[in-house]
Design a protein around this ligand. Structure first.
Ligand SMILES: [Zn+2]
Length: 699
């Protein structure tokens, strides 16, 4: 509809111009039209009516944007990163070294060019970048002369401190060249970004102050010895604060996009700035997205809602975050067209907008704005300096991958037993608890879903020459656990924890029930009963935290990843969390845990018991396990074993009452000996939970 109206308008102007005998170059045509156009009345003191302007008087400004780069320095060949579709078919794209060449070519001959990123420069998945704390990306963005970057949601994945102190100011943490401040490809220690990060709508929760500057102002020469100020407002998706990776509830707050954009457009206008660009880390898409990166067929999504409503003082809008591809012109609230463009992700596209600015009004002559997405093709020479940089970080990544960090005595895998437990999930829960213990209001225990488990850690040596049997390399553990999520510590009431545990079983539309087991940390042992109705399968008396049954009225601190906490793993009650505190990123928390343990023994799968599946044999095996590991002192096991045998004997004789009495005696004995410290806390909890499960089964 909008497109059609625009075409009609242009046709009308064309007819008028032909009628006036004013046909000239396209620029002169548009410039004349702009001067005469009543739609330009919003620009106070707009193109002077007294002074005739030639198109040579207009000041040309090129703005170049990239977005959602996510640290994709290497030219990859997979479909998602190495290809983009055009109406003429797929094009091979991507790679920082090619991007650098394209940027240089695009800038060639342009007197005024400003290069920026619309956010999500980092927190990507390329190992060599993520394992070096995003520093390789900063080296690249410095090298291509980025003028500024908007902070996307992922710029807050660690903390505002990390962004401001480490990324922007080069402040080191931990061991230099090991935890942060690595040597870059020139041999220099990381110094931080040469450019600024901006956001007009992310605030510190405490003070209410903006975390970053809301805008940047660039001065461009007008060719007559004066300058024209150009204001860029940075905006961050309002989903940042409650996003899974950027989760900052309690630390940061997010203002709405529109309100923030309009506020700062007004501020800039009052400063006399008329050329205003909104760089927005928020996106949308079109029906043509998948086939035409310059298409604009039926646009939808928050960036277009924004574009229709945002202050008419804003002359162009650059989006991001959705990894989408479009090149649109959307009318502002006063009916004037303005470019709205998004350039995909991972360095596959560069968005270009050329603006013509009237040096008298210092505002953009809208009708002359031209925008285009350029594919970062590989048919140009790779920039040699950037190529060297990319190769350097790739090598350094390989070195880091091969670094031994701990040993293991057996496989740690995602393979579940019949109760839903796995060795890797149990280690992950223990790692989350260890991190959660460091919070000021520390975690009582941890709950972990299957989602962060990405690969098995096998005892047998892998393909890497640095590997040997039982050796855990940095890269191996990195690929086993984590997806750039923070570990949080949150508060729940006991009743809510029971509900979360019940949500492990979910009714499917076809009436069947699916099982989504949660891993618990080593200080939790519990039993469930799948013979009972949904929502009645957890008995709080059989959910022991450090040997104490779950108290439905008490509050507990639980360590868990943000992804599960915001409800993304489907445990709905998790969303009722309170008092969240971040205690570290999942990759780093897991790494720290393994390093501190030095030698990892796969945890016994004794934390969860199923009433339906429990057998006397299982209890006997557990007892044997703890006797062997010294958790149950000899010869206590003799007395315990004989009670188990007696219970079984009575049960087989159909004397259930007597059998249960024996199990009660067994539990009392375990309790007493545990208090005397002849039985460890863990062995006590496991034996008690399992004996109770068997009693319930027999009842
Ligand atoms: Zn994003």
């Amino acid at each position: 509809m909008k497109q059609m109206r625009k075409h009609l308008l242009l046709l009308l102007v064309f007819v008028l111009l032909v009628g006036n005998g004013l046909m000239g170059s396209l620029e002169a045509f548009a410039s004349t039209h702009a001067r005469q156009s009543p739609v330009l009345t919003h620009t106070e003191g707009g193109p002077s009516s007294k002074e005739e302007l030639n198109h040579e008087d207009l000041v040309e400004l090129q703005i170049l944007g990239l977005t959602d780069f996510h640290g994709y320095l290497k030219a990859l060949n997979d479909k998602n990163n190495g290809q983009i579709n055009s109406p003429d078919g797929p094009i091979t794209v991507g790679g920082a070294a090619y991007m650098a060449t394209h940027l240089r070519n695009l800038k060639a001959g342009k007197e005024n060019s400003i290069l920026f990123s619309a956010g999500d420069d980092f927190s990507g998945w390329p190992f060599e970048v993520a394992a070096h704390r995003e520093e390789p990306t900063i080296e690249f963005l410095n090298a291509i002369g980025l003028d500024f970057s908007v902070a996307g949601n992922h710029e807050f994945d660690v903390s505002s401190d990390f962004l401001k102190n480490h990324i922007m100011n080069g402040k080191c943490f931990g061991v230099i060249n090991e935890d942060s401040c690595f040597n870059d490809s020139t041999g220099q220690r990381f110094q931080g970004a040469d450019y600024e990060y901006i956001s007009a709508n992310v605030r510190e929760a405490d003070s209410g102050n903006l975390v970053l500057k809301p805008y940047v102002i660039k001065q461009i020469p007008d060719g007559k010895g004066n300058t024209i100020p150009v204001g860029f407002i940075g905006l961050t998706t309002p989903t940042t604060v409650e996003g899974s990776t950027s989760f900052q509830v309690g630390a940061l707050t997010n203002d709405p996009l529109l309100e923030s954009a309009n506020k700062y457009a007004k501020v800039l206008k009052e400063m006399g700035i008329k050329t205003i660009i909104a760089v927005v880390h928020e996106g949308g898409s079109t029906k043509s997205d998948a086939i035409d990166f310059n298409g604009c067929d039926r646009p939808f999504g928050p960036i277009f809602d924004f574009a229709k409503q945002a202050s008419a003082e804003i002359d162009a809008i650059i989006g991001g975050h959705w990894h989408a591809k479009f090149n649109c012109s959307i009318d502002d609230p006063e009916g004037n067209p303005r470019p709205v463009i998004e350039g995909a992700n991972h360095g596959r596209l560069i968005s270009e907008i050329n603006l013509s600015i009237d040096p008298v009004s210092k505002d953009v002559v809208r009708e002359m704005s031209r925008s285009l997405n350029h594919p970062v093709t590989r048919d140009v020479p790779a920039d040699p300096v950037i190529s060297k940089m990319v190769a350097y970080w790739d090598d350094k990544g390989k070195e880091r991958w091969a670094k031994p960090i701990a040993r293991q005595t057996d496989d740690l895998t995602r393979a579940r037993n019949d109760k839903g437990e796995s060795t890797l999930a149990n280690v992950a829960a223990d790692a989350h608890l260890a991190a959660g213990k460091k919070a000021a209001n520390p975690a009582d225990f941890a709950l972990t879903a299957a989602s962060p488990l990405r690969g098995d850690l096998l005892y047998n040596k892998g393909k890497n020459p640095a590997d040997s049997d039982g050796q855990i390399l940095f890269g191996e553990q990195w690929h086993a656990h984590g997806y750039a999520n923070p570990v949080l510590v949150v508060t729940f009431k006991g009743q809510q924890i029971k509900e979360i545990l019940e949500e492990q079983w979910r009714l499917k539309p076809d009436g069947s029930v699916s099982f989504h087991p949660l891993a618990v940390s080593q200080n939790v042992h519990y039993t469930y009963n799948v013979d009972k109705e949904l929502n009645h399968r957890i008995n709080p008396d059989y959910f022991l935290i450090n040997g104490e049954p779950l108290d439905l009225e008490r509050t507990y601190r639980v360590a868990a990843l943000a992804y599960i906490v915001i409800g993304a793993d489907g445990y709905e009650t998790f969303k009722e969390y309170r008092d969240p505190v971040r205690v570290g990123g999942d990759y780093w928390v897991f790494l720290d845990y393994l390093k501190n343990q030095k030698v990892i023994e796969p945890p016994a799968l004794h934390r969860v018991t199923s009433t339906t599946l429990i057998t006397m044999n299982e209890i006997q095996n557990v007892l044997n396990h703890y006797v062997n590991s010294g958790d149950v002192e000899k010869p206590l096991d003799k007395g315990l074993s004989s009670r188990l045998k007696m219970a079984e004997h009575h049960f087989n004789q159909n004397s259930e009452d007597k059998a249960i009495k024996e199990l009660e005696k067994f539990i009392t004995y375990v309790d007493k000996r545990s208090m005397q410290r002849f039985i460890s806390q863990e062995a006590h909890d496991v034996l008690e939970v399992k004996a109770r499960a068997l009693m319930e089964k027999w009842l």
